[in-house]
Design a protein around this ligand. Sequence first.
Ligand code: FES
Length: 254
Amino acid sequence: MAVYLDGTIVRQEKLSEDIRLMEIRCPEVAAAAQPGQFVTVRVNQLHEPLLRRPFGVAGADRAAGTFSLMYRIVGETTELMDTMEAGATISVVGPLGHGFHLGAKRGLLVGGGMGLAPLHFLAQADPDHKMEVIVGGRTRAEVFWADLFKDKTARQYETTDDGSYGVKGTVNAVLPGLLATGQYDCVYVCGPSPMMKAVVEVVNQYGVPCQVSLEKYMGCGLGACLSCSCEGKGGKRMKICKDGPVFWSQEVVE
Ligand code: FES
């Protein structure tokens, strides 16, 4: 059963022109959240959008009782979120879904766009900070993420489609070379679905276990509305909100 919680906004930070980090005090979520899980939020204002919106948990400070979300300003809910100030209340349900399987000795994170938010929590949760990360973006303005991973990962690689920063191309411009070293025992992927498909294809060639965090429109986030279903192996329908959002890559076909 969903538990509705009131979170208090602690701070908002402008990460780029249209991307924000929101830190929320909500001890229940901060204590329980695992990397890869998400929350749904509703903005408590008059004329609010009625639906809750899902956001992957991007970090947690269990001692302070806070967790963070990163969001791109793309519509009514996120525009309202951007106007909220420290001290405001935000309605939270979560943490929801199944997160990443942890325990890799040396993980490689591969992310693009907002898919880097859940990977950020995964990197933060690695006590030894031994993971490495490939940050992909279209332009230099989109690879600010690499800075967020600097003190949480052993090494960062950046790619941009236009070559304005890092290696020119998609994340697959550097992925095969890294996998060929044989030093990674798990790859964690999150980003736009064409990117994830292309990454999984390459990872499969090297036989490295791979976990994907899927993103899809979610109506309820609680397994009740079927709006988030995807095709699993053998034609089995799976709910991203309840069975995922993290899956082993061979579990899902889409
Ligand atoms: Fe409703 Fe997944 S979002 S079932």
